[in-house]
Design a protein around this ligand. Structure first.
Ligand code: AMP
Ligand code: MG
Length: 317
């Protein structure tokens, strides 16, 4: 891991032609830029350029054994980078563009920086459904490696302001296109051998994957290197977090859900989609509050609630 990247002036630009032109120039020069996707804000750089990819790891302070997701403009670009069997192809047809990342065998002649895969023979690919990220891929014609735009291990950013707080002085540009729509990182799935392994729960649920393909979904993967981003403590506030809290105790900032009231609520109507969208913003607010600890109401694990509980468990680890 490289620490202490050079100190930069970070510009914050509203999404538009000017911001995109600036971002395109930086990406061509091998710099990473923060840009929204429909899940969270990403820190994007040229996936073919090892110096550019190294700058992502340095800006985040991310361990270099943790591989990155590569964002593509569509199947044509995806197939230049990796091999897609029938099952993988069907998943892309059903869910791309969208919050599904597929783990597929990388092509020998992909041109991808080996840093992106962190030594694996597979690559994580996704076609995002957001105008800003799509436009940047189109303008550069490059596959863009992009993890979440925050310091490694910290809460993921769902607004440009979150990115600024975490990475100011470490990256040259943040494109602001408002709060992200889905609020949770993409689902990561590995289709292979006639089954789908779910490596990270997300907005595309296990049931949706099975329903679309008729193929069984098995949870988790080989625990080790395969998905080191599934590190136990991740998405973590700087304070202790207590889960499944029925009410706040002294000194706790309470995040409510449904009938369980709090200083703030993920969704007063117990709407899980709304809770997913507001989760990270709520954690950022709780983290910035004067309370020394955080408590969070129980959230049912149905549908996207499985992904919410996954993130909550890591926030509390
Ligand atoms: P982030 O960029 O922070 O959303 O995390 C990306 C996630 O994708 C991490 O959990 C990585 O471990 C995972 N990932 C990336 N490439 C692969 C791969 N080839 N196999 C398995 N997991 C991967
Ligand atoms: Mg992340």
């Amino acid at each position: 891991m490289q620490e202490n990247p050079p100190i930069l002036r970070t510009s914050l630009c509203r999404y538009g032609m000017e911001a995109l032109a600036h971002a395109e120039k930086l990406v061509r020069e091998g710099q990473p830029v923060a840009i929204p996707t429909e899940t969270v804000y990403g820190l994007a750089a040229n996936a073919l350029d090892s110096d550019a990819v190294a700058r992502i790891y340095a800006a985040k302070g991310r361990p270099s054994f943790n591989p990155l997701i590569v964002h593509v403009s569509g199947m044509e670009m995806a197939e230049r980078l990796a091999h897609f069997d029938d099952l993988a192809t069907r998943l892309t047809e059903r869910f791309w563009p969208g919050p599904l990342t597929l783990i597929v065998p990388v092509r020998e002649d992909s041109g991808l920086s080996p840093l992106v895969m962190a030594g694996l023979s597979t690559v994580a690919l996704r076609m995002p459904a957001h105008r800003a990220m799509q436009a940047l891929i189109d303008r550069t014609g490059l596959p863009l490696a992009a993890p979440s735009a925050n310091r490694s291990g910290a809460i993921s950013p769902t607004t440009a302001e979150h990115v600024l707080r975490s990475l100011e002085g470490r990256i040259p540009l943040i494109i602001d296109d408002g709060a992200t729509e889905r609020g949770l990182e993409s689902t990561i799935a590995a289709p292979a051998g006639g089954q789908i392994r779910l490596l990270r729960p997300g907005p595309i649920t296990a049931d949706m994957l099975t329903e679309a393909t008729g193929v069984p979904v098995v949870m988790g993967g080989g625990e080790k290197i395969e998905a080191p981003g599934q590190m136990e403590s991740h998405y973590a506030p700087s304070k202790p977090v207590r889960l499944n809290a029925a009410q706040a105790q002294t000194g706790e900032y309470m995040i409510g859900f449904g009938d369980v009231a709090g200083d703030i609520s993920l969704s007063e109507t117990a709407d899980l989609e709304e809770a997913a969208t507001s989760l990270f913003a709520a954690l950022h607010i709780a983290d910035a509050s004067s309370a020394p600890r955080i408590a969070i109401a129980p959230v049912p694990a149905e549908g996207i609630g499985a992904a919410i509980n996954d993130r909550l468990r890591r926030a509390a680890a």
